[in-house]
Design a binder for this molecule. Structure first.
Ligand code: ADP
Ligand code: F6P
Length: 512
């Protein structure tokens, strides 16, 4: 972090479904820990290490998480917030790593399955990323209605209870920061039971307009909006998402909104809709990029993909259908068809983290990914050259090493609230890489001017754009990457936090 960050003059209670660390057991029965998946954890880990008095409430997402919680009577435990997070037991040293109190909340398995694998994913995720082919999906049956009541609503209640407990344990006055689409109903509940708390909600995924929300039955969409309106500030990545929220309050709840002031009147309260593009901890990822572990990976990648004048196209993603991975490979195949001279000269490395495999649509998509790679390699591979190298891994050090040595980073998402992979790659790359970036990502608003823009449904355009990137003048590549890196450096995760705290009016200089 650059200057001493400004911090809230209130204790902070953070809530997200996915936490910074999850525990397990290895073959020998030893307890292990792994970093939480996705951009939310990346961002909040950068943020939380700057909060002097905070507790992070999240789901116990493994049996071992539940065991850790039980060992501490359901109370918060201390964990480190570095690239290898771990439990800090009584008398243990954190060895200089930032730490935070973590409250792991255990939830009934059936209720959690309904909450996470029916309502949150795929229903809300697909709705908010515009991924439903409405002619045939979704179909809301008795099953989904039960999943809403006994899953989504019931689990939101459990987490609201935990947040209320943490706020009351801090005297009733705290800044409550609620995160993402899993917890739309919590804000209203906490407001009613902790009237002195300050409540902010941040949505990490796209916020569509009223028409998209009409996919949900009126009772559900009104519960989502009224839940959000329990907060003082409802925040998004982009101004467009904030405006969509106000249009939903106006059209679906009939509330008076002010699109100038970006507010909505709820009885005698005024709720603000704001936008703050999320970012990363630039210093932390550069520190990781300078590590021996990353250097070793980078040497191996250069040996495999970048010898002589060979070039490397890279993608790093969860295996989420919204990331548009299959079309990415089809665009690469089109590039090889259009430019046979590239055979053996360009490779595509895909570092993909299997995601939400307990959701059928996600399990099917992983199969589709494997099929697409097999087709490209069968059609274009030969003489010891495999065009696509697919690795199903959850390995941040390898991902960062690949960022440092790639020539082109491909981000062709159908829709993406932000996309932190794009921001991570430009601040650590050492080969003047070109960002090939979908126009439907939040990141495109900040980095689009320095990228080759991709239209996510047009694989011919993506193939042409990849060729433009691979043949771009070196000087232009360097100027664009450096400009993009400056945007991320000047708008890092500290800036994201400070902007929110300033609007909430709870800022003081760290250490004052
Ligand atoms: P999302 O939040 O939808 O997953 P983002 O691009 O915003 O998308 O954030 C993804 C985060 O997960 C990044 O911090 C990235 O480094 C990490 N990540 C994605 N894929 C992998 C992978 N295969 N191995 C390690 N980390 C990964
Ligand atoms: O970053 C957006 C997000 O939806 C987060 O809420 C979530 O933690 C992340 O993607 C990864 O998804 P999941 O927690 O379902 O694996």
């Amino acid at each position: 972090m650059t200057s001493a960050p400004e911090v809230p003059d209130l204790p902070v209670v953070l809530l997200s479904h996915r936490g910074p660390v999850s525990f397990g057991r290895d073959e020998s029965g030893r307890r292990t820990s792994s970093r939480g998946a996705g951009g939310l954890v990346t961002a909040l880990t950068g943020l939380a290490s700057d909060l002097p008095d905070a507790v992070w409430v999240c789901a116990a997402s493994s049996e071992e998480d539940a065991a850790v919680a039980a060992e501490h009577d359901g109370q918060a435990v201390e964990v480190t917030l570095d690239s290898e997070p771990r439990l800090v037991e009584e008398g243990d040293a954190a060895e200089g790593a930032p730490t935070i109190r973590l409250r792991l909340v255990e939830v009934d398995q059936q209720a959690h399955d309904d909450f996470y694998t029916v309502i949150a994913n795929p229903l809300l995720w697909f709705l908010q990323h515009g991924m439903y082919g409405l002619a045939l999906a979704p179909v809301l049956t008795r099953r989904e209605h039960a999943a809403w009541d006994d899953g989504y609503a019931a689990v939101n209640q459990v987490f609201a209870d935990a947040v209320v407990e943490e706020v009351r344990a801090r005297g009733g006055r705290a800044l409550v920061m609620l995160h993402d689409y899993h917890f739309y109903l919590v804000g209203r509940e906490v407001r009613e039971r902790c009237p002195e708390a300050l409540l902010s909600f941040f949505l990490h995924i796209p916020m569509p307009g009223p028409d998209a929300w009409r996919i949900l039955p009126p009772a559900w969409r009104e519960a989502v909006l009224n839940g959000l309106l329990g907060n003082d500030v409802v925040a998004f990545h982009t101004e467009g998402f904030a405006r969509n929220f106000l249009l939903c309050a106006q059209e679906l709840l009939g509330l008076p909104v002010d699109l100038e002031a970006m507010t909505v009147q709820v009885g005698d309260r005024q709720v603000a809709a704001r936008h703050y593009p999320i970012s990363i901890d630039v210093a932390a990822i550069r520190q990781l990029a300078a590590s021996d572990e990353v250097a070793e990976h980078a040497d191996a990648l250069i040996e495999a993909f970048c010898r002589e004048d060979r070039q490397l196209i890279l993608r790093v993603d969860r295996t989420d259908p919204s990331k548009n991975i299959v079309r990415g490979f089809e665009a690469f195949a089109t590039l090889l068809e259009d430019h046979p001279e590239l055979a053996g000269k360009v490779s595509f490395l895909a570092l993909l983290q299997p995601s939400r495999q307990d959701v059928p649509e996600y399990a099917d998509y992983l199969t589709e990914i494997g099929g697409a790679v097999a087709r490209v390699n069968a059609a274009h591979g030969g003489e010891g050259w495999e065009p696509v190298d697919l690795r199903l891994v959850d390995d941040l050090a390898l991902a960062v090493a690949a960022y440092t040595v790639c020539d082109v980073l491909m981000v062709n998402a159908l829709a993406d609230g932000m996309n932190l992979v794009a921001k991570e790659s430009v601040v650590v790359n050492r080969r003047d890489s070109v960002l090939a970036l979908s126009e439907n990502t939040g990141a495109h608003q900040e980095l689009g001017a320095f990228a080759v823009t991709l239209h996510p449904f047009d694989i011919q355009q993506q193939a042409d754009a990849l060729h433009e990137a691979l043949t771009m003048d070196r000087g232009l590549r360097r100027a664009r990457r450096e400009a993009a890196a400056r945007v991320v450096e000047e708008n890092d995760i500290a800036k994201w936090l400070e902007a929110q705290l300033a609007d909430l009016g709870v800022v003081r200089e760290a250490g004052r």
